[in-house]
Design a protein around this ligand. Structure first.
Ligand SMILES: [Zn+2]
Length: 210
């Protein structure tokens, strides 16, 4: 997680998160405004630190979006990216044009919502756990939980996120090892077939069927 999470900082500024900076792009042909990730001269996404903090309006908007705050927390486990994207759009003040269904309820996916899509662009790869920790921490602060306890909550959440990341990396390493091993097999079989007698190496081609 980004930055300082002391109780004083939480109280005064909120919970720091890192996101990609997004900029408006006007499509002259369609007259529609879209967004894209701002990039450095080297072409890498520009990362900024921003502060997550709920006020009465964003709390009300979150309630409107998810029913109640418990439903929001449930949504962060069932549809984490949709829920976090929407929460960030609300927190950043980007979600005012969120479309509604004919019955007046907010459209749940956010697919056609410019604010939600902008928030989705701003989310760093692998950042979902940190964002969800930050949003829940900010909600807790808004509900009056002691900032010193929220500091602990962020520490635990960040450790869990790091643990998940490490586990994923280990899994990925294992998969890559496995792939490397599989890739080696045809070579190994050709060389043994070749060294057998030198008469019929064509047999080796059957192993690479898929
Ligand atoms: Zn939206």
């Amino acid at each position: 997680m980004a930055g300082n999470h002391s109780a004083a900082v939480l109280r005064n500024k909120g919970v720091a998160i890192e996101v990609y900076e997004t900029v408006e792009v006007a499509d002259v042909a369609t007259e529609r405004v879209t967004y894209e990730v701002a990039r450095t001269d080297k072409g890498t996404p520009r990362v900024i630190t921003t502060w997550v903090r709920f006020d009465g309006n964003s709390l009300a908007d979150l309630e409107d979006a998810f029913g109640d705050l418990g439903e929001f927390q449930k949504a962060t486990t069932t549809n984490p990216f949709t829920a976090i994207r929407r929460a960030l759009a609300i927190l950043f003040g980007w979600d005012d044009a969120h479309p509604r269904l004919p019955d007046g309820k907010p459209e749940p996916s956010g697919r056609a919502c410019p604010g939600c899509r902008r928030a989705g662009l701003a989310m760093k790869e692998g950042g979902a756990n940190d964002y969800s920790t930050a949003v829940v921490a900010a909600l807790s602060l808004a509900n009056g939980l002691d900032p010193t306890r929220v500091v602990k909550m962020i520490e635990v959440g960040t450790k869990a996120a790091e643990g998940a990341r490490t586990a994923r990396m280990a899994e990925l390493d294992e998969m890559l090892d496995l792939e490397a091993a599989v890739a080696v097999i045809p070579d190994a079989s050709t060389s043994t077939a070749g060294s057998n007698s030198g008469s019929e190496p064509a047999e080796a081609t059957t192993s690479s069927g898929a």
